[in-house]
Design a protein around this ligand. Structure first.
Ligand code: DON
Length: 598
């Protein structure tokens, strides 16, 4: 059941049946030959999923929709400042082929009208000369995720009749905006307008803009992400020429139209819509393109200024080291110390988008009593520059006041990974568990805690508490004693369960594998504790892997001996009672953690 598909299909058919009072572009003679009934629409999401209806495989020339992509190339190669010296970014309020140049400097008003677009292409020509068009073709191909080619007939037709563009180019030359010869860059411009695309390809090009310059299908980078806002903002303010104001007011999406019949609209971070219908209105915009985008934007509430951010939900939970612990099972002495001193170690688990508003919100909730702050960003999906600046400043503030800040689970956030961490005030850890373990050890070390390192005899094993010397002796007769080497697998997930292990010395790690095939730690336990005990109750297969983290020695007991040996009946009761106590204590800890979510 795909409701998006259903709604788009209904809209498509509604338009298909409508009269269209537009006209084919005829100032380029070849364009007046296309079938006026051609009509297709594609919506592409930022994960590359496409909804397509109608004539989505028919090729048409990209025309002015090439302009934002070529402008992106120019600012990436020259830098924004240099390009601004040649092309302004003010909406002209005039038609696409208007001669809207600043009277004193001759600078075109913006890169979406022909004058600005010819200038952008000529800037590329200044660098790449005869290779210019090939570079444009290649770059637009990266946006589209497939190699593109030119429509020779349309190119020849425009080249032969493009007197107005020629006049604009010579005027630009007169003002020294174009600083080279005129015909060759103009030729590259005519060619870029004659690049063939179909509706699907064009939509992917838009989705690449929507996903920060990375093509969602190929993963290839078409434009550095820092230039995307510049490209999208000229599309938003100038992309629909003298209709731009009304367009952004009503539809609210950065967009670009072309006289070939395309309208491409982009919702940053979410999707792109391409419509192909070659009948144009008086302003040179596709009639169906404009109206259909308007309807889709209304129906799905896509207006850019209707922000969907769930700002309030940035703080998933907030707790202290009294409630949350690493997976390392510690002894009673250590637990008491952590209970006593864990209160000023605060953990904030953040989620969603990290931007100004969400950071401002959670930072307001950091208490003055907090001496150590862990920020887990595992469930954050984005981090922008503004948020990064705030986090770096927070780290500096913590460092200057002798406090500690740690950030964990940050690897998926590109901006974090590329940060030079030597110069930040915070520590970083790959996982929350690593950070908790580090802080626990710091607290324990500074409070005189010394872990017991000697082997733990049977009488001191947690599950064998309360056994009489005679019972211990009887039990011992049935136990195996085994040594495992560091890293050796002791229990394999899925294997059948027959034994319980009493850890005499060393440390083991209990791990499961996530859906993404990553190992995650359930617990780390040391001497005096048992593992493999759960199946004693339910006789299920092993639910996790157990691996020796150091060299390990343990006593091993077959479950069945508790039933087989009559003299061990009381032992069985005592073990089960101890196991019950251990499980209820684990359940209490789990409940405390669950309660922190509510
Ligand atoms: O420069 C021209 O006239 C064409 N090659 C492109 C114009 C265009 O697509 C205007 N858009 N609506």
């Amino acid at each position: 059941m795909n409701m998006v598909h259903k709604i788009l299909k209904e809209l498509y058919h509604e338009f298909r049946g409508m009269d269209n009072n537009g006209a084919l572009a005829n100032y380029i003679p070849e364009l007046s030959k296309v079938n006026p009934q051609n009509f297709g629409i594609v919506l592409t999401t930022v994960d590359g999923y496409q909804y397509s209806f109608g004539d989505t495989a028919i090729e048409f020339t990209i025309q002015s929709v090439s302009k934002p992509f070529v402008y992106g190339m120019a600012i990436q190669e020259y830098g924004v400042k240099k390009v601004l010296e040649k092309i302004s970014v003010e909406p002209s309020g005039d038609a696409f082929n208007s001669i809207s140049l600043y009277p004193d400097s001759g600078r075109p008003f913006n890169p979406m009208i022909n004058a600005g677009a010819i200038t952008a292409t000529s800037l590329l020509w200044q660098l790449h000369k005869a290779e210019t068009f090939d570079r444009i073709l290649e770059t637009l191909g990266i946006y589209a995720g497939s190699s593109l080619r030119i429509d020779e007939a349309v190119y020849n037709s425009e080249s032969a009749t493009g007197h107005r563009n020629r006049a604009i180019a010579y005027l630009l030359r007169n003002f020294n905006i174009l600083q080279t010869e005129v015909e060759a860059p103009l030729d590259a411009y005519f060619k870029q307008c004659s690049i063939n695309v179909d509706c699907c390809q064009l939509s992917i090009m838009g989705a690449t803009l929507a996903s920060n310059g990375v093509n969602p299908l190929t993963g290839k980078k078409a434009l550095k992400s820092k230039y995307i806002p510049h490209v999208l903002s000229v599309m938003a303010s100038c992309g629909m020429y003298d209709y731009s104001g009304e367009w952004i007011y009503n539809v609210g999406l950065p967009a670009k139209s072309g006289v070939g019949g395309a309208v491409l609209a982009v919702l940053p971070g979410q999707l792109s819509i391409s419509v192909y219908s070659p009948l144009l209105d008086a302003k040179g915009n596709s009639v169906f393109g404009v109206e259909l985008c308007k309807r889709i934007a209304e129906r799905f509430s896509l207006h850019l200024y209707k922000t969907p951010r769930q700002i309030k939900q940035v703080l998933r939970r907030q707790l202290t080291l009294r409630t949350v612990r690493s997976k390392y099972k510690r002894d009673e002495w250590a637990e008491d110390l952590l209970e006593q001193f864990g209160g000023d170690v605060h953990l904030m688990e953040l989620q969603g988008e990290l931007c100004f508003a969400t950071c401002e919100l959670f930072m307001r909730k950091i208490s003055d009593e907090c001496n150590t702050l862990i920020l887990s960003v595992r469930r954050c999906i984005t981090l922008d520059d503004g948020a990064l600046n705030l986090l770096v400043k927070l780290g500096e503030e913590f460092q200057e006041s002798g406090k500690t800040m740690l950030i964990t689970d940050y690897n998926h956030l590109e901006l974090f990974s590329s940060l030079d961490h030597k110069n930040t005030g915070f520590l970083r850890f790959n996982t929350l568990d690593d950070a908790l373990f580090h802080l626990e050890t710091t607290i324990l070390d500074s409070n005189g805690y010394k872990p017991k390192e000697e082997p733990v005899q049977l009488m001191d094993q947690q599950l064998l508490k309360g056994l009489t010397p005679w019972e211990l002796n009887e039990l011992k007769k049935h136990l195996l004693y085994k040594l495992y080497k560091h890293d050796e697998i002791i229990i394999k997930k899925g294997s059948s369960a027959k034994n319980i292990f009493f850890l005499e010395s060393g440390r083991v790690i209990i791990q499961d594998t996530s859906d993404e095939n990553k190992d995650f730690t359930l617990a780390i336990i040391n001497a005096g504790n048992s593992f493999g005990e759960m199946a004693l109750l339910d006789k299920q297969k092993r639910s996790a892997n157990v691996k020796a983290q150091t060299n390990v020695s343990c006593f091993i007991m077959l479950y069945e001996i508790l039933d087989k040996m009559e003299n061990l009946a009381t032992v069985k009761v005592k073990i089960l009672t101890n196991l019950g106590a251990s499980l209820s204590s684990r359940l209490r800890t789990a409940n405390k953690e669950i309660a922190s979510f509510t």
